[in-house]
Design a protein around this ligand. Sequence first.
Ligand code: 5GP
Ligand code: ZN
Length: 114
Amino acid sequence: MNDCLFCKIAAGEIPSNKVYEDEQVLAFRDINPQAPVHILVIPKEHAADSAAQITAENSAVVAHCFEVIAKIAAQEGLAEGFRVITNSGAVAGQTVPHLHFHILAGADMSDKLV
Ligand code: 5GP
Ligand code: ZN
């Protein structure tokens, strides 16, 4: 995906504030944080545009993303709790069509949408 912003971040062509990296996954701080802690977790490969494209063939990296989310929660000291969001499609608020998971924490979200 030549023109994909998150592919460029994964390739290091666009800098990011990294919090975790391994062979499959990169996590970095959101440029426009919606909570005191706002981290994006992305598969480095453009496995899917969004959750709508998850299949038996590409779902292993989704499981790995959630293993990484648990590691980051421990690393960032999010013992009180955190929220994981993935927007799928423009109507849901997705602006970057490269599968990603938002980790949000540090604010009381108990009265929000879900
Ligand atoms: P979406 O709206 O697709 O669910 O999430 C995309 C997220 O990417 C937004 O929260 C937005 O602030 C973030 N974002 C967009 N461009 C950049 C960038 O260049 N660097 C970083 N770190 N985050 C970005
Ligand atoms: Zn991409």
